[in-house]
Ligand binder design. Structure first.
Ligand SMILES: O=C(O)C(=O)Cc1ccccc1
Length: 285
């Protein structure tokens, strides 16, 4: 079967690279300019699957993806792709010899954050400007050679948009990986890949009862006495007022019939609300 797979585009973003490796050639790739547009298309059935960035090892969660999943478009995470990320500095070919004079650095906010030390030292006077993706920034300078901008993006983007890489591997730390989520309206959807599976995961969203002392401790104990291994816990604002947060928790196993449902029932009995954002396998590139 051939899937129609939407991704955070345009061509040659990191998300696109992840899609290419995950689906090989049994998928039609459909670029979207923003994460919400891509997720809306999956919810409306215009594409079969959406692939969007979820979390970066250096910069943390992609809040736009998590917030849109939680507040706007309740798709399920049905798979995860973990990809190494190498950032390069590139310019329009006409500026190859004068890249150090760049007035602006343009890229996705996570890409700029991953290269802060490099940019701080090598382009101290440049202003940062944020694009919807690294690919969008690369495409922009191809189309606007008159603007004195350097872009942070990957090797494929330099090829795709005919740019010159002037500094390679400018990310500040070597262990730069990103998790991409494969999203579908229905949790019970199976996808096939030849990539190596690294782990199974279940992602839950948990809202604590308000003003109850020790609530987070009780939540964690529901997982700990069942020996459920958590690989992530993070809080995000509910957007309902200062001090109101929900938690995103990753458990390192697939939904089962006993342990995770038992923990969820215990949390609900404590007055928490619990939503399963997905139960899936994670694969590495
Ligand atoms: O902008 C891109 O290319 C993306 O796919 C998002 C992203 C940005 C920075 C690191 C990893 C993924």
């Amino acid at each position: 079967m051939s899937y129609k797979v939407g991704y955070l585009g345009p061509a040659a973003t990191f998300t696109h690279l992840a899609v290419t490796k995950f689906f090989e050639d049994h998928a039609e790739h459909v670029p979207f300019l923003t994460i919400p547009q891509c997720m809306d298309a999956a919810a409306d059935g215009k594409i079969d699957l959406a692939v969007v960035p979820l979390e970066n090892a250096l910069e943390g969660s992609v809040n736009l993806t998590i917030d849109y999943l939680v507040h706007e478009q309740p798709l399920s995470i049905i798979g995860e792709i973990v990809a190494p990320i190498q950032q390069h500095l590139m310019v329009h070919p006409s500026r190859e010899d004068s890249w150090e004079d760049a007035e602006r650095v343009y890229s996705h906010s996570h890409a700029i954050a991953q290269c802060h030390k490099f940019l701080h030292h090598q382009l101290p006077k440049a202003k940062y400007e944020y694009a919807t993706s690294t690919g969008a920034a690369a495409k922009y300078i191809q189309e606007h050679p008159e603007e004195n901008i350097a872009v942070v993006a990957n090797e494929l983007a330099a090829e795709e948009y005919n740019l010159k890489i002037v500094r390679k591997n400018i990310h500040d730390y070597t262990h730069n990986h990103t998790r991409f989520a494969v999203l579908h309206p229905n949790q019970h959807t199976y996808i096939k890949t030849k990539l190596n599976k690294i782990t199974d995961r279940t992602t839950l969203m948990i809202t604590l009862p308000s003003d109850q002392s020790g609530a987070l401790h009780q939540v964690l104990s529901a997982f700990s006495w069942r020996k459920l291994n958590l690989s992530k816990i993070e809080s995000r604002p509910m957007k309902t007022g200062l001090g109101n947060y929900f938690f995103i928790i990753d458990i390192d196993m697939k939904m089962d019939d006993v342990l995770i449902p038992g923990a969820m029932a215990e949390l609900e009995a404590l007055g928490c609300s619990v939503r399963t954002l997905g139960t899936y396998s994670a694969y590495s590139i």
